[in-house]
Design a protein around this ligand. Sequence first.
Ligand SMILES: [Zn+2]
Length: 900
Amino acid sequence: MKSVAALLATAVLAFAAPMQAAPAQHVDTVDPGVPTQLPRTAVPHHYAITITPHADKFTFDGTVAIDLDVVKPTTSIVLNAASLTFAKATLSGRGAPVAATVTSDADAQTATFDFGRMIAPGPYRLTIDYSGKINTQANGLFALDYKNPEGVQKRSIFTQFEPADARRFIPSWDEPDYKATFDLTARVPAGEMAVSNMPAAASRSIGNGLKEVRFQTTPTMSSYLLFFGTGDFGRITKMAGKTETGIVMGRGNEAKARTALDAEAQILPYYNEYFGTPFPLPKLDNVAGPGQSQFFSAMENWGAIFTFERVLLDDPAVTTERERQAIFGVEAHEMAHQWFGDLVTMAWWSDLWLNEGFASWMATKATKHFHPDWGAEFGAVGAREGAMGQDSLHTTHPIVQDVRTVEQANQAFDAITYSKGESVLSMLEGFAGEDTWQRGIQAYIRAHSYQNTRTDDLWRAVEGAGAKGLTQIAHDFTLQPGVPLIRVGAVSCDAGQSRVTLIQDEFSADRKPGTFTPLSWHVPVRIGVVGGQPVTAVTSGRETEVTVPGCGPILANAGQTGYYRTLYPAASVEQLRAGFTSIDPVDGYGLVADQLALSRAGYQPMGVGLDFAAAIPASAPPELLSLGVGVWTGMYRLFDGDAATQQQIATIVEQRYAPVLSQIGLTPRAGEKPTVATLRPQLIQALGYVGDPQVNAEAKRLFAALQTNPNAVPGGLKQTWLGIVAANADPATWEQLHAMARNASSATERQNLYSLLGAANSDALAQRALDLALTDEPGKTVSAGMIGAVAGRHPDMALDFVLSHWPQVEKFVDLSARSRFIGRIASGSHNGDTIAKLQAYADANIAASDRKPIEQAINVINVRLATEQRTKSETVRWLRGHAAAAPASPPAPSPQPERG
Ligand SMILES: [Zn+2]
């Protein structure tokens, strides 16, 4: 029985007076159908925690008093605990207090509190004195070192718990279904600012240069959402209705936090209205920390979001236009979690997508609402393509997946959970209609506030709001893996109407059609003639007949909210390509991406996809140009080692895109569209990458100018120009970049520059970057990013290095990202030997249940090796045909107007 519902109304009102532990007559409030690593003998209701960090020694002391109900007679209570040591534990409640004997199990991440006698069901308090570690990567309580704007070395500490690291901070029922209230008290240096989910209730000096800060009681929530941070912080605030929104940052960085604060204050009222339930806490902070993680960039702790400052602060010296937009995006994502995740929480990690898919979808919605000129709808198609890349391989998994281990929970944070989740939600919103969908979401939030849910609770709410038939579609897309393929069959036109046959199949990038049994979905296909009114037909079974108004080129997935690929017959493809400029740009974007994916996977020749990339005119919107230039640089890379073919592709890039760059200019112009501002660095980067002499000369010139004038390059383009310099660096240039990294004035700029040291084409310099990464110089959270940068151009070298230095390298990677790090490093490889190395590593080091990231990396390399020959020869053929058709192309660079 879920008795938590009764707390709903009171919890919202209870902030002024700290909430007391829930009443005594509790039964087991945990759903027995939810997986757990803990025996269901007791349930927590309230934690009162006191923490004393010793930042200089990387340790902390803690005391916790847990109010709990024993629900079955037992002699012991088992809690999650990792890397904690216990001094004393006492159970009080009925009769004399009982001391417990504590046994820790490091592998299971549990501690067993044995009382030596049977404990009867009823309410108790378990008080535990313990100590733990402050880590150097973002797991549990962790430290980040940095230099403040005055150049003084500082250390801040923060917490990061999702999915399963609260157990490194408090012995606890560290699973999302065990919700409780939390009182946190922290003893910190008197000059620091301590931050938690709730505002401070009291603060007093306790001598020895320390103060004790007691925070107000949190609402009922999951353990992974608790937050604590302390350091030499500044805080800026703005009221948004009744809520104080704030950004907390290293003192001195206040001005850089304005963009984030404005976004936060703008988004909150919009969400209050959209969700129909106002944000229930008195304040909402976003806490910026220096450094980085290989696992996450921001975390939605309730009322105290944590975000790495490289993605939250707006620094004119380094922040690009795209990064500036991403500040809004990250706020919108983490703030959506305040409802989807924090107020209503998935019962178990199998349904993690309810958090992540939803927050991703909502962030796109908020961005489109407030910034319609940022092209967020194109970004959503790009994210869908990323998800389909993973989802079209047999190593994928369904959105709702089986999660049994902590490691599997870590691995669940992937493109399927986030981007396929987002894409499927967009498709379902389209099916339900915006209003019905929103009513369903509001009903879902109302019904499950302060509780836990499973995916079906959401479908029930939305179908209940009027979206008949939604659950069937939703099940097909969330319980099955994979990407539907809609084959457009015969098209006939009669009396101003087109009859179209849709044949359903499954798209696969690693299995040939006919060698596997395709899955089947109910797919809401939005289809029409170009320029006409599309209709939605839900496919079921193998063939579906659709009638659409109008005659002309047929286009499926109109609006690009569908999660499927479309294969057209040759005649339709030719019509679409010939009329490309009359297609809505978002559909054009989706079409190019779709056609290329079908070509790469062998459903049609490469030439079809390349024809579409070539159909993007210079006058296309910046988002399409960005896609196009990306396609050609990807092709250029595919031909690494084949200078002649690369030259042909370089000519395409230069002929098509140098004039565009010349037109928009090398430096930002007042009043230009934000999408133009994001296109510029991409064009510069692409032209630099394919060796455009003018862009490369300009990069050299700017680099020389930067040596004497740090403002020689606009901040938002610095990383782009330096990227070209870094790629082509000789040893002297590399050392100049190295000196810039050492002397960088902000943590973000420093990290950027150290990463660039890993981006050199030269093998010798790549090796130098790897060696430097192992030293203390870059900083504990910077080295992994350097190694990742080396892997961009030298995946095999980076992998060999990581494998032969793993004990040193693993210290630079968050625990939660370790199983993925190696696969990520290697996945760009073109070398068959890499597969054996990955397999050997997995066999020796990773439990069989947790090898998915390695299996995926191996599969990606296998698919590349299996298809590369075909895609290359078909591309060469296409290039030959187009060289013949083009005017005589001189080997010298084509004349280009002055760019400035
Ligand atoms: Zn998220």
